[in-house]
Write a protein that binds this ligand. Structure first.
Ligand SMILES: Nc1ncnc2c1ncn2[C@@H]1O[C@H](COP(=O)(O)OP(=O)(O)OP(=O)(O)O)[C@@H](O)[C@H]1O
Ligand SMILES: [Mg+2]
Length: 616
């Protein structure tokens, strides 16, 4: 017995606490969602709509006109019934129809103007937003930008940005036009008969609002999941296109189609969920409208029997009630549209707000390259999310005009060193200096002007060969471009292409061989004519014959320049002034080719292996 009491007491004391916590939790979530929506709107207004405030103002005025004209119609109906049909007033017989026609015309013109203006503002500000997004991507830290697949970015540009635009125009139209119309119509109802108006506002509006809240929640989740899934779909498209050869070579067409099908189905499911919630909004309002009309006929009929309501007033009231239906539905939908916009905005602004770490400092100065000496002093670096550092206390000295080679096993940190030299990432520890200046204190622009990079996987833009070579050297003329191509042993094959230098090379240079792409990339670096040269296995994609040609070209290029060269094939770097052998992020040994062979260490080992395999 005492035990039972204890249990009861226990449940009595815990129950309210639980509810309390849950309520607080729900409330907090509601609050944050609400403040997030508000913050988003405020931000859109502040940063994207401000330049168009006067246009928005004009549109608001037009919407006031629309609301007023809509609100005037029930009054005309009331006048028609009472003055024309009941009192047979001949003046009103002419005035009422003329008034209706005039009001409808004004409303039509105002609606046209407001729609055009609103859409212009919406499209214009989305265009600005997309421009900002693009700039963010281009300026953004490599580390941040490479976190997401290109397909996901495309989806944000295309889907989320336009979703945001629709939200903005819808919200403004709803807030101004529809809300004002509702106020005008309900105000009119009150002037006719406040009993009826009160019945209407007390029954319909609260029920409508609570129904819409619930539906809004469904839409928001579905919309967020739908956009996420859409972004996965566009990732899949991008990935399939760029990896189409592999897909075919491994016979995975069916699998790819299956994956796409599953993603498309999920997008469909989420879209339908949102559509169902939105579609439920209209019947919900309609059903409420039915209740309202029934109640009004009952109360109005009773009042009329008492002699408190004329037929015209009743008709005017019903007209207002029917006219308020559409704007009320739009305003009720506003919540769900807003929620969709918030989930799109969250994704868009996440990109815009990403903080860059590799930036010009406030006191950044132009890099002054007189000789081109590069010095890595005890440099360490760890990629984000990696357990081990990619570089660990590396010290390398490259004297002006020297060629320094980096060799070592795959993953030993060679490319990372070049990435740091270009400040694609900033060192975690230590310092990199060019001519005695810490590169973190130089402007990014001047640093990158001082360096030319040829990467392991050459990248070509979807443009002509000439433009690809002149990329980064827009002032170069045709002669200079051809000269660079000749030096890079690329002129011959380019001349044989159907349109020569004007041949478009397509996405990532799809129509060229690996070695041809590589030679165009080298020509690009030649043309840039920068004092510091960074070559990451620039000749790795070439056959022996073209490698010799390109190597000769590179040797000319490297003359008088400071060069940092990564190579797997040791024959290409034998004549380097100094060779550094990297192992697990550290310098294992260094010296000239002869010194390293004599030392009989890692390098000698590598060399003998390559020599044997090439010799056999
Ligand atoms: N963007 C990145 N994010 C995370 N880790 C990376 C990134 N790039 C390289 N790494 C890691 O850093 C280490 C060094 O890579 P790095 O590309 O510098 O090697 P490498 O010496 O150039 O190799 P290879 O000869 O194969 O080109 C590797 O363990 C690699 O997995
Ligand atoms: Mg590499």
């Amino acid at each position: 017995m005492s035990q039972l009491t204890a249990v009861q007491e226990n449940s009595v004391t815990t129950a309210p606490t639980m509810t309390h916590i849950q309520n607080a939790d729900v409330q907090a979530r509601y609050q944050t969602r609400r403040s997030r929506s508000l913050a988003l709107i405020e931000r859109l207004l502040r940063s994207y709509l401000r330049p168009y405030l006067w246009l928005l103002g004009a549109s608001i005025l037009l919407n006031v006109v629309i609301a007023a004209t809509t609100g005037a119609l029930p009054w005309f109906i009331q006048q028609a019934v009472d003055e024309v049909f009941n009192n047979k007033n001949p003046n009103m017989l002419v005035l009422v129809p003329l008034g209706v026609i005039a009001v409808s015309f004004i409303k039509g013109i105002a609606t046209y103007g407001s729609n055009v203006i609103m859409n212009y503002v919406g499209q214009r500000s989305t265009a600005n937003l997309q421009r900002d997004l693009f700039a963010r991507l281009v300026h953004g830290d490599l580390a941040y930008v490479s976190q997401q697949h290109s397909g996901a970015y495309i989806s944000i540009f295309m889907n989320d940005a336009t979703r945001l635009r629709d939200t903005v125009s819808n919200i403004i139209i709803s807030l101004v036009r529809h809300l004002l119309t509702i106020v005008a119509l309900i105000g009119f109802m009150f002037t006719i008969n406040w009993h009826l108006a009160l019945v209407y506002t007390v029954i319909v509006i609260p029920m409508g609002v609570s129904a819409m809240r619930r539906l809004g929640k469904v839409t928001r989740t579905a919309s967020r999941d739908g956009l996420q899934e859409t972004s996965e779909f566009s990732t899949l498209i991008a990935e399939t296109l760029s990896g189409l050869r592999i897909v075919k070579a491994y016979g995975q067409e069916g699998d790819q189609i299956g994956r796409a099908g599953a993603t498309i189905d999920r997008v469909l499911e989420f879209t339908m969920r949102a559509i169902r919630a939105r579609a439920a909004a209209s019947p919900a309002i309609e059903a409420l409208g039915g209740i309202a009309v029934g109640a009004i006929i009952f109360v109005g009929g009773y009042q009329s029997m008492q002699g408190n309501l004329t037929a015209g007033e009743f008709m005017g009231f019903i007209t207002a009630l029917l006219a308020v239906y559409q704007p009320l539905r739009a305003v009720a939908n506003m919540q769900t549209i807003l929620q969709e916009g918030v989930s799109a905005g969250t994704r868009v602004f996440a990109i815009l707000d990403a903080k860059d770490h590799v930036v010009d400092t406030a006191d950044a100065s132009t890099l002054d390259v007189s000789e081109g000496a590069v010095r890595f002093d005890n440099v360490s670096f760890q990629y984000e999310g990696r357990e081990h550092p990619a570089l660990n206390g590396v010290t390398i000295e490259v004297r002006p005009g020297q060629t320094v080679a980096l060799v070592g096993a795959s993953g030993s940190g060679k490319s990372t060193l070049l990435n740091l030299t270009l400040r694609f990432f900033d060192v975690s520890n230590g310092v990199i200096e060019i001519d005695g200046q810490d590169i973190r204190k130089a402007t990014l622009d001047s640093l990158r002007r001082a360096t030319a990079l040829v990467t392991q996987d050459p990248f070509l833009f979807d443009d002509t060969i000439a433009n690809n070579i002149a990329y980064g050297s827009p002032a170069a003329d045709t002669a200079a471009i051809e000269q660079a191509a000749k030096q890079a042993a690329a002129h011959e094959f380019i001349a044989e292409l159907p349109e020569g230098y004007e041949t478009r090379v397509g996405e990532s240079g799809l129509r060229l061989s690996g070695g041809q792409k590589q030679r165009i990339a080298i020509a690009r670096a030649m043309l840039k004519n920068a004092p510091i040269l960074l070559l990451d296995e620039a000749t790795s994609a070439l056959d022996t014959a073209s490698e010799q040609k390109v190597q000769a070209a590179l040797n000319t290029l490297m003359q008088g320049r400071t060069s940092l060269v990564i190579a797997h094939r040791l024959s290409t770097i034998m004549h380097a002034d100094r060779i550094y052998v990297m192992a697990e992020g550290q310098v294992a040994e260094s010296g000239t080719h002869d010194e390293l062979l004599a030392a009989n260490g890692v390098y000698a080992d590598l060399y003998h292996k390559q020599f044997e395999s090439e010799g056999s």
